[in-house]
Design a protein around this ligand. Structure first.
Ligand code: SF4
Length: 237
């Protein structure tokens, strides 16, 4: 069980896989800048966030659900959780698929089973980090509703398709392993060294990071240099 100050945001898992230095910039240093890719992602998530809750054909859709798991020390917001109705003959197929009766929801009749759906920009593809991020949401929902969730979906905005991701034992283990790696980098009081790569050309923080300069060191040194560069008008961190 982790103390709340040690908890890791689920959104940091995908960012860590992209670049550990970026995770520290965003979640420890509170630095942010947008570019084309972050704006596209924001618009896609705003679509997921702003639509109302609704129920149709035995599926209750809940958007922007706050979730957490104290045992694994993670928290976040699930873009969409689909609750599938499981009680009665009409929904026997759902019940068989989930191997569970589901849970009761406030102000709703019947039993419902939660399935996380994470929105991603771009076309349908295989991305292990996205699978881990989705699995982390599944772990949180399991704690929240005291059920075992067998799978979730990644929804890709450009193709408009979704891909089923099974929460296997190995995916669950990989999720816990990545959470620990992110926790270590977030609470280590150091900024990871930049590694200039083609990813940097897509990174919205490239002008703050200046990876070509090979800047590294402690948070304290980073902030001191950043303040000095502001005074002199340079952008060297
Ligand atoms: S510019 Fe490159 S090294 Fe710097 S945070 Fe972004 S991806 Fe990481």
């Amino acid at each position: 069980m982790f103390q709340e100050e040690e908890w890791v945001p689920i959104s940091a898992l995908a960012q860590y896989a992209f670049c550990p230095r970026r995770v520290v910039f965003i979640h420890t240093e509170n630095l942010w800048a947008d570019n084309q890719w972050t704006m596209e992602g924001k618009i896609l998530h705003e679509t997921a966030d702003t639509q109302t809750q609704k129920t149709a054909r035995g599926t209750r859709i809940v958007r922007s659900l706050r979730i957490s798991d104290a045992e694994n020390g993670i928290y976040g917001v699930a873009d969409v959780v689909e609750f599938k109705r499981t009680d009665g003959m009409e929904f026997a197929q759902n019940r068989a698929e989930f191997l569970s009766d589901g849970v009761r929801l406030p102000l709703r009749d019947g039993l419902w089973f939660p399935i996380p759906v994470e929105f991603k920009r771009g076309k349908t593809r295989t991305d292990k980090t996205y699978e881990i991020q989705l699995c982390a949401q599944g772990l949180c929902l399991e704690k929240k509703f005291a059920v075992t969730i067998p799978f979730g979906f990644l929804y890709y905005g450009e193709s408009g398709r979704r891909k089923r991701i099974d929460f296997t034992v190995s995916l669950r283990q990989n999720t816990c392993t990545l959470v620990e790696k992110v926790r270590q980098v977030l609470f280590s009081d150091t900024v990871p060294r930049p590694k200039y790569s083609k990813k940097c050309r897509q990174c919205s923080l490239v002008d703050l990071c200046l990876p070509q300069m090979g800047t590294s060191g402690s948070v304290e040194r980073y902030i001191r240099n950043a303040l000095a560069s502001r005074e002199t008008g340079n952008h060297l961190p």
